[in-house]
Ligand binder design. Structure first.
Ligand code: TRP
Length: 491
């Protein structure tokens, strides 16, 4: 970004695309996507995932790019430009992003712990990757109520993560484009190397076929659709105010539609390849342990930190590869983490011109570190699971639906489409109007209600009510503030 008299600008469209891809591709692709796919039965998940990409993800990404670029403001300002009361949507979005980043940074901290461990010979997890992860890294307790001891190593790692994020924002705002030139090709290359290794493992094909064989019965389970939809939001960094902020630094006449397709397709391509790696390795583990593929490991947020390390310890030059792999995870994550701090910065500096960006960034980073401590405790993984469940299922759906209502109905889908088409070489058809006005709000609304019903009937994963209420609060507090903003804007 170069600093001009007016708004800051990306140096070129390419830099914008790289930054957007950098935000999109992150731990969500290598960590979250594979564990969801495994949890929901491999091929059973892929169809809803791809449908959600085209039906929800791409139209919403176009919407956010259009919104930010048209109004030249961050999430709150852009929605406000439509109607004063709508600034609340931007607030809820950015708040959701902030909550995500508090646990996202903890996952990056796990990566750092592994990165350091990679220098040891033999690798500290070579005698059991599962024990290493749960026992040594997390020091996990038996239940969410037992906070356990706080792992000092993890807290130091978390601090390092936040300091790095801060330095990226503090020093790197103008060099994001250059940073991404390194942090994009490197992980892609590493992933390809791992892909070759994974596919040549004994038993790999069993895992791959689990991954790609569709299970049409699963399509009747709303839970799968919900997980697919939320993963699409998470992975595209949509409904966090991030893409709106990034697009607001584009020149007003820059082409939009093709950029959105490029970002979305590169991002999902990355996930799909990561899936081949994970499932190749799962297939191998199934063969070695002589168990069915769906019983190899306990699914969940731990998958990438149990299966990937295991895979790497099978490679010749294991230490070398694991250094590269965890460096990859870290560099993948930092672009995404950084983008959220930018979303907050944008919103704040839209409102208070004089407030220096690094002061805002500092406050965000300190707050993020402190809030993230809960995920670094012995029961941290349980909280991570709970908060991730609530924020990604509810907050993102709320923001998605509200964005569609704001743009599709209040601003007018046709007005926005006209603007987008007036600057884009690739023309958006009227299908986009239907997607924004009907398909997305109705499908998200349905999924939202089903999820709500399920969460009320059966406590999520059997967690105790007090723990689940932490999850509810992460949704309800920002929502209440948002409603307060609507009321205040009326008067
Ligand atoms: N898109 C990123 C990924 O897939 C993650 C992400 C989305 C994110 N929204 C965020 C990270 C908000 C931090 C804050 O990994």
């Amino acid at each position: 970004m170069g600093l001009f008299k007016g708004r800051m600008r990306w140096d070129s469209r390419l830099v914008f695309i790289l930054a957007a891809v950098g935000s999109a591709i992150g731990l969500g692709n290598v960590w979250r996507f594979p564990y969801l796919t495994y949890e929901f039965g491999g091929g059973a998940f892929l169809i809803p995932y791809l449908i959600a990409l085209f039906v929800l993800g791409i139209p919403l990404l176009i919407l956010e790019f259009g919104l930010g670029q048209k109004f030249q403001k961050g999430a709150i300002g852009s929605f406000k430009a439509i109607d004063k009361r709508l600034g609340s949507i931007g607030f809820i979005a950015v708040a959701a992003g902030f909550i995500v980043i508090t646990y996202y940074a903890v996952v990056m901290a796990w990566s750092l712990v592994y990165l350091l461990g990679s220098f040891q010979d033999p690798l500290p997890w070579s005698s059991g990757s599962s024990e290493f992860f749960f026992g040594n890294v997390l020091q996990i307790t038996d239940s969410v109520g037992d906070f356990g001891s706080v792992s000092v190593g993890l807290i130091i790692a978390l601090l390092v993560v936040w300091v790095s994020i801060f330095f990226c924002v503090f020093k790197g705002v103008r060099s994001v484009g250059k940073v991404v030139l390194i942090t994009m090709p490197l992980p892609a290359l590493l992933l390809l190397i791992l892909l070759v290794r994974a596919l040549t493992l004994e038993g790999a094909m069993q895992g791959i076929s689990f991954y790609v064989t569709p299970d049409f019965n699963a399509l009747l389970d709303p839970e799968v659709w919900l997980a697919a939809a939320t993963q699409i939001f998470f992975t595209l960094s949509v409904a966090f105010g991030i893409m709106i902020a990034y697009a607001s630094y584009n020149k007003k006449h820059q082409s939009i539609t093709k950029s959105a397709f490029i970002v979305a397709l590169i991002n999902s391509g990355f996930s799909l390849i990561a899936g081949f790696v994970v499932f190749g390795v799962l297939g191998h583990m199934a063969a070695v342990q002589n168990v069915p593929i769906d019983e190899v490991v306990k699914s969940g947020p731990s998958l990438a930190f149990v299966v990937f390390p295991e895979a790497i310890s099978l490679l010749p030059l294991a230490s070398f590869f694991s250094v590269l792999f965890f460096l990859m995870l870290f560099t993948l994550g930092i672009d995404s983490a950084f983008s959220l701090v930018e979303a907050v910065n944008t919103v704040v500096s839209d409102k208070f011109r004089k407030m220096a960006a690094h002061v805002v960034a500092f406050i965000v980073c300190v707050a993020g570190f402190v809030a993230g401590l809960i995920f670094a405790a012995g029961s941290g993984l349980y909280f991570l699971d709970i908060v991730d469940h609530f924020v990604t299922n509810y907050s993102l759906a709320i923001v998605g639906i509200m964005s569609c209502i704001a743009v599709g109905w209040m601003y007018g889908a046709d007005n926005m489409r006209e603007f987008i088409n007036s600057v884009s070489e690739m023309k958006l058809g009227v299908w986009w109007n239907h997607a924004i006005r009907w398909v997305i709000p109705l499908s998200l609304g349905t999924l939202f209600l089903i999820q709500l019903y399920r969460d009320i009937i059966t406590p999520y994963e059997g967690y105790p009510a007090w723990a689940l209420s932490v999850g509810w609060l992460t949704v309800l507090i920002p929502l209440a503030i948002g409603i307060g903003m609507v009321v205040k804007a009326k008067n």
